[in-house]
Design a protein around this ligand. Sequence first.
Ligand code: MV4
Length: 454
Amino acid sequence: MPGILPIKKLLIANRGEIALRILRATKEMGIRSVAVHSTADGNAMHVRLADESVCIGPPSAAESYLNAAAILSAAEITGAEAIHPGYGFLAENADFAQMVIEHGFIFVGPTPEHIRMMGDKVTAKAAVAQAGIPTVPGSEGAITDDETAFATAERIGYPVLIKAAAGGGGRGMSVVHARSELAAALRSTRNEARAGFGDERVYLEKYLDHPRHIELQVMADRYGHVVHMGERDCSLQRRHQKIVEESPSPVITETERRAIGKTVVQALEKLGYLGAGTIEFLYQDGQFYFIEMNTRIQVEHPVTEMVTGIDLVREQISVAMGHPLSVTQDQIRIEGHAIECRINAEDPKTMIPQPGKIIAYHPPGGPGVRVDSAIYSGYTVPPYYDSLIAKLIVHDKDRDRCIARLERSLAEFVIDGIPSSIPLLRAILAEPDFRESRYDTGWLERFLAAPPGS
Ligand code: MV4
């Protein structure tokens, strides 16, 4: 067991709001920061505010933010001891994490073995099931022949869902409603998986038709301690993109929270997990069913920070240095309610990304309001990357107050020059179904297909 591995300089292998979020943590911890950027991001806020910056390539992400060799060279020449990958890009690339370590740097994240295990949905499901986490009924591992597929589907009952082992985040799935469709669907999902991921393995699950997406935040240190920080309800999604996230979930009880939290903590202690992680569940009819584990800091982590008061990015860096967790489970309390709205540079009707120049920017403020964003007046949103430009997170004593605070914050928010999803968010908040927490993972797409007044 190594002792403390001090980090005096950290390289941030990301861009946008998360690069700025990580930068803020390094400043407060007295750690010097290195920003990396593509030629399209020379004017980015994370570059301006970092102690040093290195241009790592042309605009295309493949040649810059996904360019492991360029990032490692930047760490080498600047003398950084550690690399924080943020989310997206190389964050869940086990080979990258391994290269970082082999080059003598600290990877701010889990071990390459855990990233690899969770990146393969078949090994992830087997590992967490073995460790005691409830999973969706389905095949035992990958399905290799039609006979086993038929037998599994008969056992769990139709409809069933075929999922690609290399998929995740909604890619490579097909629903099968009847026995007569199964063989053909298996063949086509395998073909798509082979073409899309270079891995044709698929597995079968019972299809849940009205689940909520509820995920647990966990954090682990090098001494075998794991804590959970409650859940986030992320059921408002469109095409597998989360739009609104909240904590606590309005549909689970304190008893359920304690029970699933305990199960997850015990399982991750058994697996020897390290760093921040999110266990994604589908929740339907009072039951949790594991679907995937994310081995990174997530976009929606601020809602957990707001209800727990814990700085998750600081904690990530601290455990990467070899410090024990700063809190024990019984010191963690969920206080009040927090909701995050994702603001994208997109047409509010078609939801097509609309990059361009921001003429005026006036974020909301006041009590309980947090805006995580790297944009500013005069900034041009480049067309090469994700269209997320800001996250508005509000905290208040309960869910109703939180919604009122969000509505007034969205009304204050000015982003001129490019269209944004603010009007869509205001329409969602006005809906009785949202206000009364009556929504599942299909709600937003049904709402968009038939909006009020249509
Ligand atoms: C499911 C499911 C229903 N039944 N698995 C979509 C993304 C990936 N993380 C898993 N997903 C789903 N898995 C079973 N057995 C429905 C979905 C799903 C979904 C899940 C969470 C949030 C939004 C979703 C939208 C469509 C489908």
